[in-house]
Structure formats: C-alpha cells, structure tokens
Design a protein around this ligand. Structure first.
Ligand code: TSJ
Length: 661
C-alpha cells in the first residue's frame, strides 16, 4: 500500500510538475484545441482513450460513462487497474504521475501491452486534471480500492500576485477499502474558469461511443445521463462489429446483397473490412486506424482501393464480363453505391498530419492490399452472383458517367442545340449581382415567386444574387445522376448547377464556384423544411466540397414582428424565438401588435433585407459535414423510403411553425 500526503506537492520534483500543469491552464487550446464545446468533450475522449487502450491490450470489455447532475463526468472500466506502485523516474505512485506529469504517457506500463493503441496512452489524463476543478481516481486492484484526489487551488499572495496550484494531489494514493473487482474509475469536474459552458452533450458522446462500439467488437459501452432534464441511458454492444456498422449505415436503403465481412492479419497489421452495395450513386467509405477515424484516408485506404479494383477487373476479364476491347473499369466505376467500413489495427501508426487524420505508414498499404486482394479473390470465386452484380453495376455506372459528360458538355457549350430554351428559363429565375466577385458574392436560393420578388428588391445588388425556385426540387437521393442534370435532368437543378459555375460529377471544380456563400432561404413551415432538406441533399450528394469549404448556409428569417405605431412611424422588434418575442413585447410596452411570419412572402423587401439578408444583422446557420457517417444516415432517413424514421427525425430536429388556426 502506498501512502502519500499533500506535503509531497512541495518537494523539488513536484515544483517542476506544477509548472507543467500550469502551462496547460495558461494555454488550454494548445492541448485540447479549444475551450468551447469541442474542447470540453475532448476531455472525455482523453480519459476514454485510456480505457480503450486497456481493451486493445486484451484486459477489458466494459466501459461506462456517466454524466452527473453537477456536470462532472465519470469514466470507468473493468481493466487491470492503473498500476499502483512507485514510479521509478518520479519516485511517486504511478497514478499520481499519470495525473500530474505532463506527457506521462509511455512512462508507465513498461512497454508491454498497448502496442496497437490509439495514441500515447495516459498522455491526456494530466491535461484533463489540469483543466478540472477537481478529479478523483479509484483503482480496483490486488483486492484493494485505491483512491486519490486532485484539485485546482488559487490564492492571492500578500504581494497581490495570484498563486495557482493546478491539479495538485490533495490526498495521497490511499487504500480506502477492499474489493474483488478490478478496473479504473475516474471522475472529474471541468473547471468553469476554463470552459464557458460545462454542459456535456449526451448526443455527442452517444454518437462517438456508438461508433467506437462498432469498431470494438464485443465490448460493452454504457452511457448514462443523470441530469434531471435529460435523464436517459443506453448500452452499445455489437457482437458482429463493423458488419453491424454497415447494417446500421445502410438501414433504410435498398441493398443489393448481404453484408460481406473479412477479418484477418497480414504482416502484423490486423485488417477488418465490411461492405455492402446499396442503390445510391455515391461511395461511402469510413476508415479507421486503431479505432481513430482517418477522415483524410491514407495508405490503408489506397491499399484497399487498389486491391478491390484490380481483383474485380481480373475477375471480370476472366469470366467474360469485360470483353477483349473493353477498357478496364475504374475504381470510381466500382465504388458507386458502395458502403464500406475499413478498420485496421497496427503498431505505431504514422500520420501525415498532426491531427491524425491521414495514415502515412507504408506497411499498411501493402498489408491491406495483399490481404483484401486475397480475400476478395476468394470471395468472388465463391459468390459468382454477387460478383456479377457488382461488375454489371460498374459497367452501368461507367455508361452513365459518359452520358453525364455529354450532358455537362451540352450545358457548358451555348452553341449546341437544346441550350437556348434553358437560357431563357434561367434568366427568368436568376438575378445576378452587378459585379463578378467569387470571394464576396452570395447566392440566395429562394422558394416561391413572391419571396423571390422581395429578395430581389431587398438585396444588396452589388454582391447578392437571387435564384427563385418554383415548387419543389426533385429528391436527388432517388435519382440516377442523368435524371438530375443534363438534357434529361431536372430543370431546377440544372439551373442551380449552371448558376454555381462549378460543373458536376467528374467535371466538378469547387474553385470555379461563383459565390462565397450559398444561402438556402425557405419558409419556416413544413414545405419550407422539406425544400431545405431536398436542397441540402443535393449539396451533400453532388457538392460536398462546397459544404466542406463552409460555403453553404441556411437563412434564418425571424418568426415574429413585434411592433407599435410610434410618433414617427412604426417601432419594430424582430423576434427569432419565444423569449425574444416576450422581451420585445416588454420593451415596446402597451398596445403592441404581433405579426407571425408564416412565409418569406409576408415580408416586404426592406424587412427581408433587415432581418435575413443584411450581413450586419442576419442570422445564418452554416451547414457542416463534420460527422460524415451521421450526415449520411440523416440524408438516408430523410430521403429514403421508410416514412416513420423520417417523420421522427424531422419532428426532433427541424423547427417550423405549427399552424394554429
Ligand atoms: F489515464 C487515466 F488515468 F485517466 C485512466 C486510465 C482513466 C481510466 C478511466 C482508465 C485508465 C486505465 C488504465 N484503465 N486501464 C488502465 N490500465 C493500465 O494503466 C495498466 C494496467 C496494467 C499494466 C500492466 O502492465 O500490468 C499496465 C497498464 C498501463
């Protein structure tokens, strides 16, 4: 048993230690990115990572996260428990090192275990401690319950300076009881002096924990929210791992065959792949290294793509599906409608960027390429029906792309026939800004003619353009691309493509976009929400790069006008929420009138400018693709064939005015 007491904090060693943690307080951003919501959630990930490492080391199968009423958070696992002995380098117990020495990772564990971990284990625990008001660790190990507490303390010195003690041990590592369990439990309270908002979002933890549960087959993740206003709990456990992930991602879509799943090891790289084709036109590939999402892909993904394309082409030739004079199908041809999850585990992965989002390790390329090549080969031989289906589909996809090319050509080249008619309709719908300036100009895509009229008259014509849509754009999710654009495509969407200037499909080039901002401006009612979602689907499917570049926005017209006849005309307060409406009524006093806007058309040009278009006063929501997997699912839910999940999602997430009359 190790007994330490608070006086330890005053030996020479620990003065250096305290300095280390103070640095984290001074510049939190350098350690956790931000002190906003992302940074706050990052604290939880840092702690969970330690438990995930214990899972990967093969000693843990349950991770529990608990959000308490006071916004403190507990993470608990059933692993071996942090070793409790004295750390050789520091001369203090290992848990004290873990929480008080910056970058303690790698210093404990003796180099054993944790070979395929997510990062440097234990690295983040001291950072979490440094940014917490207090932190407690309990370790269940060797029959004992060990406990230690850390706190942030500050005091104004007699000379007026502030003395900060960051994350100091206020107790030693004490034995507080006996147990037959094993594991580690950490509870911490993020410090309000660091974070503007201490409220952890259940949904944010839920999404990430759920994804992690898919990637860590057989591990149970519990998430509990004890806070009065959103009491709930869930358990995530997937015996089938990423195979279940694919089933989840493809839920609501038409799929072409049962999910295919491979798992094995090659040259010390563990490879797991699950895939299934659906009837969408886009590819969706999620890739991970040691459960870390590789948003920017990397060597493992290119190994997979190379093998996939090569094996399919070889099979197609061998079986006469590609004839002598046919060109090989491209990777793009094969990936239309492919939903795939690639998850690998390896020692010491090298990432190309600091952010760990692109894998650079060459050995991952060769291992994945070789393993997937062998498995796919075998699979196609065993499943000729699926093989044929994939290859036929790729041939079809190539044909369609050639048609699109012609269609795009026809759209670009005004001399070809079929163009004249299109031109006339475009000029009716589109009002350009007076100057060409792609770095400043804004496109408002507006629903309906009357709103379009207000927008045209209300805009700043120097840099704002208006495109008025008539009726609903088509649901691109349900269409083949040649039904979306080109001579046989949808008129509204052809117009959008032409106005954007980016081209579409293989011709797409985000740098050619004529606008800095593209703003979807619809009524705050059910139809408006539907049109908004249809447009966002179009952007998600065909112009994701524009969303990634932060160019796509949703306009926020106010819900109410609160007004009173004053001496010099009307006094007006616009309100976006119920609270603002109440406030406005209070401010204007007696005899106020309230107009509820049901549609953009009810605002005159000046009002629309003041509330929704003027960059100085408007509220825009930026559309964000960060959670690619989730966005993909939402689009599927909203656009797919299953009605109940769609209604459910709209009701939870889309705010619109409910008709009272
Ligand atoms: F880092 C931390 F303190 F924040 C933390 C660590 C938080 C949580 C919730 C769990 C953990 C943690 C650490 N879980 N499991 C472990 N395991 C070890 O630290 C461990 C156990 C045994 C051995 C060994 O070689 O016997 C080695 C290690 C690294």
């Amino acid at each position: 048993m190790s007994q330490q007491n608070a006086s330890v904090a005053y030996n020479e060693e620990d003065i250096r230690v305290l300095k280390g943690l103070t640095a984290v307080r001074v510049r939190p951003g350098m350690y956790i990115g931000s002190t906003g919501s992302r940074g706050l959630h990052h604290l939880v990930w840092e702690i969970i990572d330690n438990s995930k490492d214990e899972v990967l080391a093969g000693h843990c199968n349950t991770i529990k996260v608990n959000i308490h009423k006071n916004n403190s958070i507990t993470v608990e696992d059933n692993g071996r428990g942090i070793p409790t002995g004295i750390n050789k380098d520091e001369g203090i117990p290992t848990p004290t090192v873990v929480f008080t020495v910056l970058h303690a990772g790698g210093k404990f564990g003796g180099g054993s275990g944790y070979k395929k971990s997510g990062g440097l284990h234990g690295v983040g625990a001291s950072v979490v401690n440094a940014l917490s008001e207090w932190l407690e660790v309990e370790i269940y190990r060797d029959g004992n319950i060990y406990k230690q507490r850390f706190e942030y303390k500050e005091q104004i010195q007699p000379d007026g300076t502030l003395d900060q003690q960051v994350g100091i041990a206020v107790t030693g590592l004490e034995v507080v009881g006996n147990t037959r369990r094993h594991g580690t439990r950490v509870t911490f309270k993020p410090d309000a002096k660091v974070f503007g908002n201490l409220s952890i979002q259940y949904e944010v933890l839920r999404e990430r924990m759920k994804d992690t549960a898919f990637l860590m087959k057989g591990v149970t993740f519990h998430l509990i929210d004890e806070r009065e206003e959103n009491k709930q709990e869930e358990t995530f456990h997937y015996a089938e791992g990423i195979k279940a992930f694919i089933d989840y991602l493809n839920d609501g879509k038409y799929t072409l065959h049962p999910t295919v799943y491979f798992e094995g090891e090659k040259d010390n790289v563990e490879v797991e792949l699950a895939f299934q084709y659906n009837d969408n036109t886009s590819e969706n590939l999620l890739s991970y290294v040691n459960t870390i999402p590789t948003i920017d892909e990397g060597t493992h993904v290119s190994g997979f793509r190379n093998a996939f394309t090569k094996v399919l082409n070889d099979y197609a030739r061998k079986n006469g599906l590609l004839k002598k004079n046919d060109k090989n199908l491209s990777g793009n041809d094969y990936r239309e409608g492919l939903m795939a999850v690639l998850s690998i585990r390896m020692e010491d992965p090298q990432f190309e960027s600091q952010t760990k989002e692109k894998l650079g390790s060459e050995e991952a390329r060769s291992a994945v390429e070789s393993y997937i090549g062998d498995q796919m080969n075998y699979f196609l031989e065993e499943n000729p029906d699926i093989a044929r289906l994939i290859i036929d589909r790729a041939i079809e996809s190539r044909k369609i792309k050639e048609e699109i090319k012609k269609a795009a050509e026809a759209l670009r080249n005004p001399n070809k026939k079929g163009k004249k008619k299109a031109k006339r309709t475009i000029s009716e719908k589109y009002t350009p800004p007076s100057k060409k300036d792609a770095d400043r100009n804004e496109l408002f895509i507006v629903e309906g003619d009357s709103a379009g009229g207000s927008a045209i008259n209300g805009r700043d014509r120097n840099f704002q353009a208006v495109l008025s849509l008539r009726g609903k754009p088509i649901n691109v999710e349900k269409k083949k691309i040649y039904e979306v654009i080109g001579p046989n495509g949808n008129e509204e969407i052809n117009t959008i493509v032409e106005v954007l200037g980016t081209g579409i499909g293989d011709d797409f080039n985000a740098n050619h976009c004529s606008f800095d901002k593209i703003v979807v401006m619809t009524d705050a009612d059910y139809d408006g929400s539907h049109i908004q979602i249809l447009l966002l689907t179009l952007f998600y499917r065909y112009f994701p790069e524009l969303i990634k570049r932060g160019k796509v926005f949703i306009a926020q017209p106010p819900l109410y006008k609160v007004y009173k006849q004053g001496k010099k005309g009307q006094d007006i307060i616009y309100a976006w929420t119920e609270e603002e409406r109440m406030e406005g009524m209070k401010k204007l006093g007696k005899q106020v009138e309230i107009q509820r806007y049901k549609g953009l058309g009810e605002m005159n040009a000046e009002q629309l400018w003041d509330t929704t278009m003027n960059p100085a006063t408007r509220k825009l929501i930026q559309v964000d693709l960060a959670e690619a997997a989730e966005a993909e699912r939402i689009v599927t839910i909203l656009m797919g064939d299953k009605v109940p999940p769609r209604r459910d999602w709209i009701e939870r997430n889309v705010k619109f005015v409910v008709e009272e009359e």
